[in-house]
Design a protein around this ligand. Structure first.
Ligand SMILES: Nc1ncnc2c1ncn2[C@@H]1O[C@H](COP(=O)(O)OP(=O)(O)OP(=O)(O)O)[C@@H](O)[C@H]1O
Length: 261
């Protein structure tokens, strides 16, 4: 199978500013990428390009073998799973957890009159169990804890069996226990041969799940380093990208930690 995504010299210009500047990047089906960079670096903009949510101003984007601009994005988007708090805000608070996941099969938020097949309901329950949510299936989404809501967002994004899974800061705002639970679940998922290619944006190296294979470091709209995770998450690269001297450690289980030197 070919690349899951291939960007060549992609730029995004807004209000005369290059908020992505000549980004070239390739992701293979078995890759699990983390995107790291300071506030305002362009991480969310990059995810929007690779989710076919926005068009690049310049350059070529090939997503799942299709050249963006030559294909109907409505055919492409269902093949890409995307979890972000911006999307989660569109989920009605009184929706049941089961329905939040089930409605992904129809690319809608908020259950209306769709008739779901038994096969969809069985799959939704299986996905809920995978993300340790089966006991919450009948609860209302709005009443869940932050950690539970994050897991529901991810469960929803994998419901359609996507070929590419994008996660925008899945651990943001979580307490230590909820973060650790999520990192472990994401790590298990990343190591599964059934999982699609994954791209996760984060601000913190502590949130990188073991099993992630590659990293892309972005600062001031430009890629500073990209490649195998051990080559990219290094003291020199992180210090340069974040603009201060940093110490970086990696423990035997593959987890990273960073602090000012
Ligand atoms: N529609 C827009 N019009 C003008 N500027 C924009 C637009 N969208 C984003 N920007 C700017 O582009 C830059 C990159 O934004 P982006 O959200 O991609 O960064 P980020 O790395 O995700 O930041 P953060 O870590 O703070 O979430 C920021 O300076 C932002 O203000």
């Amino acid at each position: 199978m070919g690349s899951v995504l291939q960007l060549t010299d992609v730029s995004v210009v807004r209000d005369g500013n290059r908020i992505l500047d000549r980004v070239s990047w390739e992701v293979q089906p078995t890759d699990r990428w983390v995107i790291l960079g300071p506030n305002g670096a362009g991480k969310t903009t990059l995810l929007q390009v690779v989710s076919a949510s926005i068009h690049a101003t310049e350059g070529e984007s090939i997503l799942l073998g299709e050249t963006v601009g030559k294909v109907d994005v409505f055919d492409l988007r269902p093949r890409i799973g995307f979890a972000s708090s911006a999307l989660a805000r569109r989920i009605p608070a009184d929706e049941s957890v089961l329905d939040v996941v089930l409605t992904a099969a129809y690319s809608v938020t908020g259950r209306w009159n769709e008739n779901y097949e038994d096969v969809d309901i069985r799959r939704a329950r299986r996905v809920l169990a995978e993300w340790k949510l089966d006991h919450l299936a009948e609860r209302r989404f709005g009443n869940l804890s932050d950690g539970e809501q994050k897991r529901v967002q991810i469960a929803r994004s994998v419901m359609t069996d996507p070929e590419l899974l994008l996660l925008d800061e899945p651990a943001a705002s979580l307490d230590l226990g909820a973060r650790e639970e999520l990192v472990q679940l994401l790590g298990n998922y990343a190591r599964s041969s059934e999982a699609p290619a994954m791209v996760m944006v984060t601000h913190h190296v502590e949130e990188i799940p073991p099993g992630f294979t590659h990293a892309l470091l972005i600062a001031d709209a430009r890629v500073r380093a990209a490649g195998p995770i051990e080559d990219v998450i290094t003291e020199p690269h992180l210090s340069e990208a974040f603009g201060l001297p940093l110490m970086v450690e990696r423990s035997d289980d593959g987890r990273f930690a960073a602090r000012a030197a």
